[in-house]
Ligand binder design. Structure first.
Ligand SMILES: C[S@@+](CC[C@H](N)C(=O)[O-])C[C@H]1O[C@@H](n2cnc3c(N)ncnc32)[C@H](O)[C@@H]1O
Length: 230
């Protein structure tokens, strides 16, 4: 992970030399990120896991290119959306044309950053919950669910993938859309991911699928599927 630390030093430098109107706010976020309270892995390796384009925050994952590849502007438009394991909320803080969105993450440090950014950008139709997706009692169903690199997690927060997808099925509307992204093939065999999708086809039809051909090794070669609940 040494190379990631070097990338993050470079990212910190980028924040400092970028004199746009969000510079002071990014400095506040960097300070907040450095004073974490949780004893949980945040995936950012000292900086941020995700970039947030509206405030020019750089991160290890390229939010703009992910959103474009997954056609989120199209799939989220006017929908009621859930983002599982939202991290610092970069996806719903960047693609904002949904009707309502909930972002949930069990790490309160990343959720506090997401909340700070949504206040700063004055986004009213989003709610960030610090909670365990597997245990949380959602009061209503969703039209679109984002499961981006979340069906099993390195921090062991999601360790029962079968139950994870059962719960998704329960809280997704009929004909609802599940947007599924794999882990990097460096950590998840492509065959394992494709087997998961095969099982999901009992309850879902595949609308589209593809591979990320962009970015650094965090993004590159990940697979994704857009699935519609039968
Ligand atoms: C690999 S990261 C993916 C983040 C985001 N979905 C993305 O792709 O940009 C996994 C995220 O899931 C969160 N997480 C792990 N277990 C969780 C659980 N049981 N409930 C909610 N969030 C969880 C972690 O804190 C982390 O932010």
């Amino acid at each position: 992970m040494k190379i990631v630390k070097i990338i993050n030093i470079y990212f910190k430098f980028l924040h400092l030399i970028n004199f746009d109107k969000h510079r002071d706010f990014r400095k506040i976020l960097i300070k907040q990120n450095a004073s974490k309270k949780e004893d949980l892995y945040d995936y950012g390796e000292g900086m941020f896991y995700q970039s947030i384009p509206p405030i020019k925050l750089v991160g290890l994952r390229d939010t703009k290119r992910r959103a474009k590849k997954l056609k989120l502007d199209y799939y989220l438009k006017d929908k009621i959306v859930l983002d599982i394991g939202t991290n610092i909320g970069a996806i719903p803080l960047s693609v904002k044309n949904y009707k309502e969105c909930i972002g949930i993450d069990h790490n309160c440090d990343v959720i506090n950053i997401a909340r700070k950014v949504s206040d700063y950008l004055v986004i009213k139709n989003i709610k960030f919950i610090c909670g365990d997706f597997l245990k949380y009692d959602f009061q209503s169903k969703f039209q679109v669910i984002l499961s981006l690199a979340n069906h099993s997690t390195f921090d062991n927060g999601i360790n029962d993938t079968e139950y994870y997808f059962e719960k998704i099925c329960e809280i997704l509307d009929q004909n609802g859309i599940l947007i599924l992204e794999s882990h990097s093939p460096l950590y998840e065999k492509t065959s394992s991911y494709l087997n998961l999708v095969k099982v999901l086809q009992n309850n879902f039809d595949i609308i589209e699928n593809g591979i990320y051909e962009f970015g650094n090794y965090y993004d590159k070669n990940r697979r994704f599927h857009i699935l519609k609940k039968k």
